[in-house]
Design a protein around this ligand. Structure first.
Ligand code: HEM
Length: 483
């Protein structure tokens, strides 16, 4: 494959070694040639590996503008030109991209060792505080993450699924016999209502009309490059939103601590002794961070799942037939919905493969390391790109083809390598809401498809990345008619 183990051209004296530190004699340090007819003596000094080949880009900006326009195309082109390990600059950030399951394994294994997490998540501190992935103390960060992982386990998913079904049903009831809706503008608030109702409970769900615009202001204040305290209107709105969300949640947390009586995500934040000792601001931040991360990703992935099904009528028919046979099951809020509707789940996985909502995952390189014959310096980013890795033909057969059956029991292409499908990331910092997001998409889409015949106003909606996730952009109107 292009780029694998390639070394740069050497000193120009016919030597193929890398020229890192220029020796005083004017040659590359691996040979003693001065370009004359002198005898060549090969030095025994160890030669450091080269840096990974670099994607050509603009001065200072690198590939940033191209990436903003089409993230997947930028990384795919770089992969085709340079192979599975390449250097890329995205504005002020420079790093190495690693493509393929064996590199994913390295990335997940080396987190909190050679690779470091909190620097990358620093942008979340003005939104939620110094906590979770952004917490600089490793023990505290891992404790927060473990707490989240356990808050989604156990029998809770069944109760969450009931909320998903109730909210979906309420939405469907208002749709009438026929009509049309804008996909993102409809799924985004619906997914927010589900997340608020299931995770934060009835107190916040009842105030969703106040709650939602505040979370949107937080999202719009997300900033990766500018200093977060500049006097910009959107930063002021972000800070005000954070304050008001705190004012909304703190009395609910206090009442929950006093009276208890719930078994949901918010209650697990209240009941966790170590978190309680950190104070209500940390509990509020954890609640907001989880809801925020979970609702945008799920809304975007559910949109792609529907879009791709509508683009592939044969697969859609098979999924609808499965839903019809299961009526009264998942669509009605059956607690076992997660284990049912395998065809719909495969369609979800195929969208996770072809249309992962996160463009890349990044960590800071804490300790210089070598990989594939290259050297990655301390301070660089180390990144994975799911959308490119999910299109390697040696991992997924005929990868450009939409083919949910690749996840069926006979082929199980995602099971051949534990790090093949990474739409929910992996390792210790994998997504804690995987089962929740998968179930939610299934409940929402099965309810909709059980009741309506659908078609889409555009054949292929263009991706939009304005909210930090890749989602089908507007316009993408869905016309519906009662079946
Ligand atoms: C289809 C839906 C979803 C997708 C595709 C998704 C994807 C991801 C990915 C890729 C990461 C890791 C990012 C990284 O490694 O840097 C992540 C982290 C996270 N996700 Fe999800 N997610 C989804 C749904 C959810 C839901 C429903 C929740 C919660 C209700 C949630 C909560 C989180 C949180 C809190 C993190 C940060 C993890 C941590 O702090 O350890 N996600 N998600």
């Amino acid at each position: 494959m292009a780029g694998r183990g390639r070394w740069p051209g050497g000193c120009g004296n016919g030597c193929s070694a890398t020229r890192r530190s220029a020796p005083s004699s004017g040659n590359c340090g691996r040979c003693s040639s001065s370009g004359s007819d002198q005898e060549v003596v090969v030095s025994t000094a160890a030669v450091e590996p080269a840096l990974p080949p670099e994607v050509r880009g603009l001065p200072l900006l690198g590939s940033f503008l191209e990436w903003r326009k089409d993230q997947h195309a930028t990384f795919m082109r770089a992969y085709r030109e340079h192979g599975p390990i390449f250097t890329i600059r995205l504005g002020p950030m420079k790093g190495v991209m690693l493509i393929g399951p064996e590199h994913h394994e390295f990335f997940f294994r080396e987190v909190d060792r050679k690779l470091s997490v909190p620097e990358i998540y620093r942008f979340t501190v003005p939104m939620f505080g110094d906590l979770l992935m952004a917490a600089t103390d490793t023990e505290r960060r891992r404790r927060h993450v473990s707490m989240l992982q356990s808050a989604f386990q156990g029998g809770r998913l069944a109760a969450y699924t009931e909320v998903m079904a109730e909210e979906t049903e309420r939405w469907l009831t208002g749709l009438g016999r026929s009509g049309e809706f804008e996909l993102w503008d409809t799924f985004e608030p619906l997914v927010m209502r589900i997340a608020a109702g299931a995770l934060l409970g009835p107190e916040i769900r009842a105030r969703i009309d106040e709650f939602r615009p505040l979370l949107v202001d937080l999202a719009r204040g997300m900033e990766f490059i500018l200093p977060p305290n500049l006097p910009l209107p959107r930063f002021r709105r972000r800070d005000r939103a954070r304050r008001r969300l705190g004012e909304m949640l703190r009395p609910v947390l206090a009442e929950r601590a006093r009276a208890g009586g719930y078994d949901d995500f918010l209650q697990s934040l209240v009941d966790d002794a170590a978190l309680r000792a950190e104070g209500p601001d940390v509990q509020v931040g954890m609640a907001m961070a989880t809801l925020f991360t979970g609702y945008l990703t799920t809304a975007a992935q559910a949109c792609w799942t529907l879009v791709q099904l509508l683009q592939h009528p044969a697969q859609l028919d098979a999924v609808v037939a499965e839903i019809d046979a299961d009526r009264g099951g998942a669509a009605a809020g059956c607690p076992h919905a997660g284990a049912r509707l395998p065809r719909l789940e495969r369609a979800f996985k195929e969208s996770l493969r072809m249309r992962p909502v996160m463009s890349h995952y990044a960590r800071t390189t804490a300790v210089e390391y070598e990989i594939g014959g290259y050297r990655v310096p301390e301070g660089w980013l180390t990144m994975l790109c799911p959308s490119v890795a999910h299109r390697l033909p040696e991992v997924f057969a005929d990868p450009e083809r939409y083919d949910p059956d690749r996840f069926g029991p006979e082929r199980a292409e995602d099971k051949r390598n534990p790090h093949a499908l990474i739409g929910f990331s992996g390792g210790f910092y994998r997504c804690p809401g995987q089962a929740f997001g998968t179930n939610e998409t299934k409940v929402l889409l099965s309810g909709l498809l059980a009741r309506y015949r659908l078609d889409m106003s555009v054949p292929d909606p263009r991706p939009d990345v304005d909210l930090g996730v890749t989602r089908p952009g507007s316009p993408c109107r869905i016309r519906y008619e009662r079946r």
